[in-house]
Design a protein around this ligand. Structure first.
Ligand code: KG4
Ligand code: ZN
Length: 344
């Protein structure tokens, strides 16, 4: 029919999520429910996501998430038109848990199964939230990803550039660790930076002297470590002001790299762009967001940043990407595989 209702499942990293999205053809889609259960507490003692713990937690939480997502949407399985699931990329145990859960639901109901690339889920989110038309430029910047994508169709993504080492969120997290701030580090570093001088330390702007849209963030962390140790060697410790200045100078470097490379990505992107869009946890940073907003304004383009809950990992984006794929005539069968690596 012309109204499609799709259940989405997401379990590729450390959030277990289920959501229901509905769209009447030609109308704006609606998120009927979006349930996200994190695992931060489970992994906290280990200082990072432990794949085996994540896989077991996903397996345990998925059914409950699905039940809750259906209940909040006021629907039963028979009301659905398809089951969408993240089939990669991500931690293989988690992706497998999701794919097996989706296959079980599809087998039990006879509903079509649609495998979704997690990155496509992020990249198609501005169509869910803002109804953006193709083509647009998407910057995906999170703890695990960093890339510029020209989004030209439901299945048409051109990667214009990506990080060659760490993701920017990872750099924020490592910076926080080096300065004894809590995790996740992004919001902590941003808060510290408010009282800091971004010009005090001249951190590198990696790869800005090279053509193209590739980025690098691992050198920044090394520079920060060296500067911190220099201060400690000189004065015996770092003051509150030193820490704020380190955070502000680091944040300014990340901002300049993302904004500078965004300018280049806009030049390299196809004609007729409708917007510059962002997704990923790093898009929550107000300094970075303001710089990207200015880059968009210089190019005469709208700047689109979906609400934070839909910028970070969630299943509404998977339900939506699955709905778009299904509407375009794609579906998978019981041979759908979980793929740890799956570039767009
Ligand atoms: O998209 P996300 O929730 O999860 C994935 O990585 O998939 O992104 C989390 C990352 C973390 O590294 C976190 O430190 C970073 O986004 N982050 C921020 C801010 N809020 C979250 N980075 C900079 N500034 C922020 N305000
Ligand atoms: Zn993600």
């Amino acid at each position: 029919g012309d109204t499609l209702t799709v259940l989405g499942l997401e379990s590729s990293c450390d959030d277990t999520a289920a959501a229901v999205v509905r769209q009447r053809a030609g109308a704006r889609p609606e998120i009927l429910s979006s349930v996200v259960r994190g695992q931060t507490d489970l992994h906290a003692p280990f200082g990072g996501v432990v794949p085996e713990i994540a896989a077991r937690a996903h397996a345990e939480k998925l059914d409950g998430c699905v039940e809750q997502a259906l209940a909040e949407a006021g629907l039963a399985l028979v009301d659905l038109d398809a089951i969408a699931v993240t089939a990669g990329p991500g931690l293989i145990g988690g992706v497998l848990s999701g794919v097996m859960c989706a296959k079980g639901l599809a087998a039990a109901t006879g509903l079509p199964l649609v495998g979704v690339n997690h990155l496509a889920g992020h990249a198609l989110t501005p169509r869910l939230t803002d109804g953006l038309a193709f083509p647009y430029l998407m910057l995906l910047a999170s703890g695990g990803h960093c890339q510029f994508l020209a989004v030209e169709g439901v299945e048409e993504f051109t990667r214009l550039g990506a990080t060659i080492d760490d993701a920017p969120g990872e750099a924020f997290d490592k910076t926080a660790k080096l300065l004894a701030l809590p995790q996740p580090g992004g919001p902590e570093v941003e808060r510290e930076a408010e009282a800091g001088d971004p010009a005090r330390f001249a951190f590198p702007r990696p790869l800005m002297d090279r053509p193209g849209c590739d980025m690098s963030f691992s050198g920044l962390k090394t520079a920060l470590l060296r500067t911190r140790d220099g201060i400690i060697a000189e004065k015996g410790g770092i003051t509150v002001q030193d820490r704020a200045d380190l955070c502000a100078s680091f944040q300014a470097a990340v901002r300049d790299v993302l904004a500078g490379k965004a300018r280049r990505a806009l030049d390299a992107a196809p004609d007729g762009l409708t917007a510059l869009a962002v997704a990923g946890g790093v898009a929550a940073n107000r300094t970075i967001r303001a710089a990207l907003e200015q880059v968009a304004a210089e190019a005469g383009l709208p700047f689109v940043a979906p609400p934070l809950k839909l910028c970070t990992d969630n299943a509404a984006m998977i339900a939506w990407a699955g709905l778009e794929r299904f509407r375009a005539g794609h579906q998978d069968d019981m041979t759908l595989a979980a793929r740890p690596r799956w570039p767009l």
